[in-house]
Design a protein around this ligand. Structure first.
Ligand SMILES: Nc1ncnc2c1ncn2[C@@H]1O[C@H](COP(=O)(O)OP(=O)(O)OP(=O)(O)O)[C@@H](O)[C@H]1O
Length: 247
């Protein structure tokens, strides 16, 4: 994906300004920065999740495989199928584990029971949840633990085989063990899906990402190899943030 000179306003308030960044295939990109600096706004611009926000104005371009996703003839539903999203709080539907994962496939018109079963198994395996739920696929998704629910939401997002997966602080409501499982998962998944992850946890960014971008007051201050950003940042603001001098 590529964002070029991307700016987002909520009414008269500018949330991000002039953001230009490339997200490469099979790479995970972490977005860090103090609260309110525009990380989530930027993330949600990558799959038009912001479209429904009243008074929002998006300027600049976002391309997926060279195609502008904000072009007038592009269906945002199809964009969101190719660019999936997982949120801070797990959001399982009040349905069975199977139906949670099958949901996007059914919406897309898939009715073949064998294809659905295979896709659900594959998504649950990719989300490292299959072994824990394979004997109770018809139980409610709401009955799973918090960490399992988050991996269920990841499976649901993966089931439609997106090219990119956006994750907005996916571990912030999880305990350390559940967090470690999701981090391992992110590290594995990036070989098959491009990941952009917003996190407040710098150790997490260092563990799961190849590239890191630092946002500050609506600007992308710098982006680079994660190891470089954390050891030799080019900008004073980045250094101050990663050394805990502000934020
Ligand atoms: N729906 C909205 N309507 C109006 N203003 C908004 C909306 N969403 C975000 N903002 C504002 O845009 C700015 C950027 O917010 P955003 O949530 O993108 O930052 P963030 O870096 O993700 O913050 P956090 O780390 O606290 O989640 C903030 O000033 C915020 O108040």
């Amino acid at each position: 994906m590529r964002a070029t000179d991307l700016s987002v306003h909520y009414g008269s308030k500018k949330a991000i300004a002039g953001v230009t960044i490339d997200v490469h295939e099979h790479e995970s990109l972490a977005l860090i920065g103090p609260s309110g600096c525009g990380k989530s706004t930027f993330l949600r611009s990558l799959n038009r999740m912001n479209d429904t926000v009243e008074g929002i104005r998006v300027e600049g371009t976002v391309e997926l495989d060279g195609e502008p996703i904000y072009a007038a003839d592009v269906d945002p539903v199809l964009v969101r199928r190719r660019v999936g999203m997982v949120f801070q709080r797990s959001t399982p539907f009040p349905k069975s584990i199977f139906e949670n994962v099958a949901y996007g496939l059914r919406i897309a018109g898939q009715q073949n029971a064998r294809v659905l079963a295979e896709s659900v198994e594959r998504a649950l395996r990719r989300a490292a949840l299959w072994d824990e739920v394979k004997d109770r696929l018809s139980d409610s998704g709401m009955g799973l633990s918090g960490g399992q629910q988050q991996r269920l939401c990841i499976a649901r997002a993966l089931a439609v085989e997106p090219e990119v997966l956006l994750m907005d602080e996916p571990c912030s409501a999880l305990d350390p063990i559940a967090t470690a499982k999701v981090e391992d998962l992110v590290s594995d998944l990036r070989h098959s899906v491009t990941i952009v992850i917003v996190t407040h946890n710098m150790q997490q960014a260092a563990r799961v990402s190849q590239k890191t971008g630092f946002f500050y007051m609506g600007r992308l201050v710098e982006v680079g190899d994660t190891s470089t950003i954390f050891t030799r940042p080019r900008h004073r603001e980045t250094e101050d943030y990663i050394t805990g001098r502000f934020g």
